[in-house]
Design a protein around this ligand. Structure first.
Ligand code: SOE
Length: 389
């Protein structure tokens, strides 16, 4: 007879885009990964009862709560998943840590460095296993890139180019959302999409030493967000966009590499262009989320004449996480990055240590974001290492 698996009872806060992505990952994790610790989808929480009830049924949660504090207090919940807008992360994570729950939190970890530090400290103090949802690390091709770098296949790394380009804000009629309101989101495109790309750079290349940045808001007003009780006249009301919609920066890494990064939602033709290119003395790699199974590699010791970038489809047993899915060549997608992340999380619970990226990475990312913001505001270089140590 097989041994009983340890069940971890999950309570999740939030039921929209990320709520759906995380729910799907909890549901499918045991199907693909044979772990000793498995999730039980105990309860989902959201303020709107009709909507959270509908989400509970649609996504497969056993119950729902309309008050997140009640969810955290429940004795039949072992971990809290925070999939809410950014301004809620801090309060929820602190409460979850105090209640001794394990925690997964969406990115960016917090609204500022002070909050992120407190969240990290609280999670460490309570002994919670914690992780931040930088899910793109968990594309097999990205993990394979990491392996090649660790095996020194690229040699000493000189350059990094990272971009996260979307075009969702190009339509000036597209309304205000929480992602364009500073009091809810903190930073604009930097926090929302830039943070992912910067996390990939930290993961693959190393810690940032210093940054010099520019930020801009090209579309300063948008139609106010629709609400049920708005009349026609109100719908034409405009609201200020209070965060940046474009950012660019140059950076130096602690290991001597230099980098350029860009984040914008005004790059026409780019739906979800999360990309990086890394150049070392012996080889180069590049990756594009819109083609997430493929890693392009170039090695200087390839035979002259046939030397050039080649594409590796990272779906074979040699590639991290890929064996959990389909036989060779049968590709996986965006949703699987969350499943892979969760497999590390539940293994972490079994082993008693928080896998990367965890709240420490969330804090480091936050320091980096704040340094970029400060650099853009003051038009000076900011030393990130000094702030991080
Ligand atoms: C928003 O545009 C968004 O959904 C981000 O919030 C996600 O983190 C990113 O993965 C895709 O874009």
């Amino acid at each position: 007879m097989s041994e009983e698996k340890k069940e971890i009872r999950v309570g999740m806060i939030g039921y929209k885009f990320m709520g759906k992505a995380h729910s799907n990952a909890y549901r499918n994790l045991p199907f693909f990964f044979n772990l000793n610790v498995v999730p039980v989808m105990k309860a989902i929480s959201g303020r709107n009862e009709a909507k959270v009830k509908e989400a509970a049924q649609a996504f497969g949660w056993e119950s729902y709560e309309t008050d997140w504090r009640k969810l955290i207090e429940r004795d039949d919940i072992d971990m809290i998943d925070i999939a809410t807008p950014n301004n809620m992360h801090y309060e929820m994570a602190i409460a979850a840590a105090k209640a001794g729950k394990h925690i997964i939190c969406e990115k960016p970890l917090a609204m500022n460095t002070r909050q992120a530090k407190e969240m990290y400290d609280a999670a460490c103090k309570s002994g919670s296993i914690h992780m931040i949802c930088h899910n793109y690390r968990f594309a097999p091709a990205v993990q394979f890139a990491k392996r090649l770098i660790e095996q020194n296949r690229l040699g000493k790394i000189n350059h990094v180019r990272g971009t996260y380009l979307q075009d969702v804000y190009l339509d000036t009629e597209s309304p205000i959302t929480w992602r364009t309101r500073k009091e809810i989101t903190g930073l604009g495109v930097l926090g929302d999409i830039g943070s992912h790309n910067l996390d990939l750079a930290r993961f693959l290349v190393g810690e940032f030493q210093e940054v010099a940045a520019l930020t801009e808001t090209f579309v300063n007003q948008r139609p106010a967000a629709e609400s049920e009780n708005q009349n026609e006249a109100d719908k034409k009301q405009m609201e200020d966009v209070t965060v940046e919609d474009a950012a660019a920066l140059i950076a130096r890494f602690e290991n001597g590499a230099i980098g350029t990064f860009e984040a914008t939602k005004l790059a026409g033709g780019n739906l979800n262009g999360n990309r990086f290119e890394i150049n070392g003395e012996k080889g180069s790699i590049r990756w594009d989320l819109e083609n997430l199974n493929n890693l392009e590699v170039y090695f200087t010791d390839d035979e002259p004449g046939i030397r050039g970038y080649r594409t590796i489809n990272c779906t074979e047993k040699y590639h991290p996480y890929a064996e959990a899915y389909w036989p060779v060549g049968h590709i996986i997608g965006y949703e699987h990055t969350f499943i892979n992340l969760l497999s590390d999380f539940f293994n972490g619970i079994e082993q008693g240590s928080s896998p990367r990226p965890n709240f420490e990475d969330g804090l480091r990312n936050q320091i980096l974001l704040e340094s970029i913001e400060e650099s853009a505001a003051k038009k000076v270089w900011i030393n990130v290492s000094e702030k991080s140590n």
